[in-house]
Design a protein around this ligand. Sequence first.
Ligand SMILES: [Mg+2]
Length: 233
Amino acid sequence: MSITTVGLDADDTLWHNETIFRLTHARFVDLLADHGDEATIEARLAETEQRNLRLYGYGIKGFTLSMIETAMELTNGEAPPHVVREILAAGREMLAHPVETLPGVDGVVAELSEKYRLVLITKGDLLDQERKLAASGLGDLFSAVEIVSEKDRATYERVFTRHGTGPAEAVMAGNSMKSDVLPAIAAGAFGVHIPYHVTWAHELADAPVDEPRYTSLSSIAELKDAIDSWYIE
Ligand SMILES: [Mg+2]
């Protein structure tokens, strides 16, 4: 069994993302402080996001609409115009936020690209993900980019068949156990979990037990050694 293809997640695997969401959450809580405490506001926002995921998909634009909807609910439909303006401004700032690659990313992605076919596999808004990839300077190292609406078993089967030699000869690495690791292993690929220091509640899941095609790393800098250890000429 050889490995030909490596799938990499983008947000919180190659560059910071969730920390930017958390900053906006804090701003949102401040903005609505007269209408609830932090726990209440966060719980309502999480409910709204969850309800809207299948309509809006993942990404900042959907998140912005969910913030407006939550503000309307918390104010009984009477959110003042400045609140809506502030939320829209926060969303735009997130979409323009500078891209900062995580430690070790630039080196390991360059190394991996010399031996394996790299595919970026990410959810989120199309324009935003394309912008971040361009700004990261990593774009030329990837053979393909797949911005998908959901990361499930069928997604990995399709992507690794289209861009590689099938899931059995592919590795998927990312910070989300639920979206990057478990469905890739279910598709027959290897799965590498590289946790980020904060995880969106929606992406939490338990690690697989007794799964030889799974490993967890503390840094993406260790990724090439991990993949090479599975690689047989
Ligand atoms: Mg991620």
